[in-house]
Design a protein. Sequence first.
Length: 256
Amino acid sequence: MFKALSRFSHPLIKPIGCLLAAAFGCCWAFPPVGLAAGPEAPPLMPSFQRISSEDGLSQMYVSAILQDSQGFLWVGTKDGLNRYDGRRFTVFHHVPFDSNSLSDDFITVLREDSQGFLWIGTAAGGLSRFDPDRERFRQICGEGGAPDSLAGEEITDIAFGTDGSVWVATAGNGLARLVPAGPQAEGMMEGIPSSHGYSCRRYRHIPDDPSSLGSDFVRALRVDSWGRLWIGTDDGLDLLVGEAGQPSGRDSFRKV
């Protein structure tokens, strides 16, 4: 089944083509071999190899894909998180009452930070972070009932700021900013309790306040080459303009 993948050395997966995600599993696209020469040569289409639950994928609805800095391929589904080494899958699931397990089985977003930690957004369990050295998960800002908790949230996107902060988009509860607790966070998130090393602050839409977030339904985040945060919402595109000109010292947003 995986003869076409044998060209990749374990655990470093070096795809020649690209892995395509759909609602019905994964397909690996390979470029055609032995291209014909000449102006009249017909175009050759890439071939696809389907990887399904029969090969170890936990579920056929693929919602997120990421290749990490170690070469592993991570595949998020509606029923668990899969790590693929080019030969086999290792599947991670939510385990009730186990704080070191995945917070929810429905994966929506996968991102890797500069330290090699994997950040996992879920559909109903908030935000998890995976430590590849310890092989365990931590739910970040997940205390139920706590101010600005992400517990039970649907996470739609994750982005990393140049100042070390982590920006988290939600479907219906605005934007969250996570700042590492410690000396580097002093003065940035004063008075806000930390959760597993991060302090959390929420930004929400405020009617009649043009400097607030445009909508609480945040769909996409991007930090550009200048370090500016762009926010896609159900009501258009916002740009975080920071604290400039704000007498209250709070972050503000500008609709683009």
